[in-house]
Structures are given as C-alpha cells and as structure tokens.
Design a protein around this ligand. Structure first.
Ligand code: TXA
Ligand code: MG
Length: 322
C-alpha cells in the first residue's frame, strides 16, 4: 500500500510510538525512523532498506538532555561539541545504554547519536518522547533523499507515513565522530567540517588513515550513495562517445560534449553545492545517460565530504570496506 506524505507531526509521532516506520526530514537528508528502544520496529528499518545488519543506525533525540537516555557517558569533549554544533549535522559515537537494543548498534557497545536541527524534526522527536533510530531513507547503497518525494519514490511501499519537512538545507549526511577512545576519530566526513571540529576539540584522527579505522567505521562501504548510471570522477572530456552527463561543481568551460549538465554552484560555493548534490545526481541518473562525469571538489571544508560521496558513488566493487 502506498504511504501518505503529509505535515501532521502528531500523527507521525503516534505512528513511531506504535512501532511503525515513519520517514522525516532533517537538515542533512531524509531519515527512515523507528523507535530506537524497540528491536522489532528497528528490524523493519533494515528490511525496508535492504541494509546489512553489521551497519549500525544513528539515534536521533530532541535535545541535549534527551541524549542521557541513550548514552552511558558524555565526556567533556562531547559537551563542548554539543554546545558548539547541536542541534546540527554532527553524530557522536559514545558508549551506549542498555535501553538501546543490539540491533541498533550492530552488537557494538557504542551508539551514534545526534540532535537534528529543523524545528519540525525536533517537535516530532519531542512529541514521540522516544529516541528514534534513522538511517538515510534510501534503498541501501543508493542516492540519499533530500525531499519527501525522493523517499516516496524509493521506499514508499514499506513506510507508514512520510513527514514532509521541505527540502534539506545542508544536503549531505552528518559528520560521524567517534569519541570512545583517547583521540577522537572522524568516521565519516559530513555536514560539520573537520576544520570546525578541530577548532573546538583540537586534533582529530581520520579513520581512513588509521590502522584501527576500518573496525571503528563499520558502515563505510566503498560503494555507496550510488546512481545506477556509471559515474567517473575527472575533468570534462573534449569529445564524447555515447550520451554523457556532467555533474559540475562550478560553471564548466565547455558543455558541448554533454547531453545533460548539472551545475552545483555557479559561484563555486561548497555550502550551495552540498545542498544541491544528491538531487542533481538523482536528476542525471534518470536522464537516460550512458555515463556521468563528476568534477572533483576542493579537498577542504564541505568539499571533503562531497569528494567522499563522489568516490563512493564511483566505486565499482560492492564488497570492499575502506
Ligand atoms: O545525516 C545523517 O546522519 C542521516 C540523517 C537521517 O540523520 N543519517 C544517516 O544514517 O546518514 P546512515 O545510517 O545512512 O549512516 C550512519 C553512519 C554509518 O556509516 C554507520 O556505520 C555510522 O553512522 N554509525 C552509526 N552508529 C555507529 C557506531 N556505533 N559506531 C560506528 N559507526 C556508527
Ligand atoms: Mg546512508
């Protein structure tokens, strides 16, 4: 049965309390939510997405106070980061409380938690009165949704209700930061930049460069966020064979080889590019192209997260973990 899209926060909260699946908007991407304290409800999330159960879910709460129901400790570094960036696109990995079932954390003793920014989303969480586990509301490995309609297209048949919170402002997922060891580790670059985090808590290790990075970042499959159309990263070719699409950070020099072009930010602004990224990728993916060429972003600020998404969208192996 196709699900409903609407703006009824109370209905969405009630459905969540009843153990049903409800998608909702956040500042980053739309999430596919379930009661994080109910393993049966959480199991439906994995089934709907086709997501492997070794990949833990992020738990969303309404406020900094509500985090205490989810985590066992909240160290000083977490306090400083919460003060600086919550509500906002930063997920902190901390030791979990027993109220959070193992299915949410894939059997790990830690849980990823964040306070999302939009007022409507926090009202939903407050009215539900329970922590909500929510991965991005896309089929596993595919392009993340930044509007309610994107969610309906991919997952409409398996969700009870989609709470339309408008298009997502930030446009890429939250940054995931592990605070369970001596040195904080960046598990996934995202909407809060590494530079911003280091300004608050000092040096952060990158999971990609650390020996124990792969164990601490379980969900970082090399192929992810992927369109069906093959995608490669590079500069625009002078001549095209087949129907080519271009995903360009700035205004390109020459668009003649391309059947379809998406410019993420005419003025070269990374914030604007992030907002447009997944929707533009989705449009190119449905334009009947043979290949998409994506130009790389500068490797700083949000460009780091955008390049990460591009590399995963371009990877050809589903199995490698990096
Ligand atoms: O912006 C976001 O974070 C969105 C919105 C809906 O909040 N959610 C999202 O969830 O992107 P998901 O499931 O697509 O990605 C969650 C990431 C995965 O890479 C997962 O492995 C990591 O967070 N993660 C969650 N809990 C973890 C834990 N306990 N330890 C290590 N990594 C964890
Ligand atoms: Mg995801």
């Amino acid at each position: 049965m196709p699900c409903l899209i609407g703006t009824d926060v109370s209905l969405a909260a009630q459905l969540l309390r009843e153990g049903k699946l409800v998608a909702f908007g956040t500042e980053t991407v739309y999430g596919l939510g379930a009661n994080a304290t109910d393993a049966t409800a959480v199991a439906k999330v994995f089934a709907a997405k086709g997501r492997p159960s070794f990949d833990p879910l992020i738990v969303h709460v309404a406020s900094r106070d509500a985090v205490r129901d989810v985590v066992a400790t909240f160290p000083p570094a977490a306090e400083r980061l919460a003060e600086a960036f919550w509500p906002g696109p930063l997920t902190l990995v901390l030791p979990k409380r027993d109220t959070i079932p193992d299915l949410v954390t894939s059997g790990r003793p830690t849980v990823g938690v964040r306070v999302p920014a939009p007022e409507t989303t926090r009202r939903l969480l407050a009215e539900a009165g329970i922590p909500i586990a929510a991965p991005s509301a896309n089929v596993f490995g595919r392009i993340s949704p930044t509007t309610a309609l994107h969610v309906a297209e991919q997952l409409g048949d398996s969700i009870e209700y989609i709470l339309d919170c408008g298009p997502c402002g930030v446009g890429i997922e939250s940054t995931v930061l592990d605070l369970t060891e001596e040195t904080p580790m960046l598990l996934r670059p995202g909407g809060t930049t590494l530079e911003e985090i280091e300004r608050v808590i000092g040096p952060v290790t990158l999971a990609s460069k650390s020996e124990d990075g792969p164990q601490r970042a379980p969900g970082m499959l090399s192929r992810h966020y992927a369109p069906r159309t093959p995608l490669s990263i590079g500069e625009a070719p002078r001549e095209a064979s087949g129907r080519l699409g271009l995903l360009s950070f700035r205004i390109p020099h020459d668009v003649t080889p391309f059947a379809s072009v998406e410019i993420l930010s005419p003025k070269g602004d990374l914030v604007e590019a992030a907002t447009n990224f997944f929707a533009a990728l989705r449009r190119l993916d449905s334009a009947g192209l043979d290949r998409i060429i994506a130009t790389p972003f500068p490797e700083h600020g949000l460009g780091r997260a955008l390049n990460d998404r591009l590399r995963r969208a371009a990877a050809t192996s589903e199995s490698a973990v990096c």
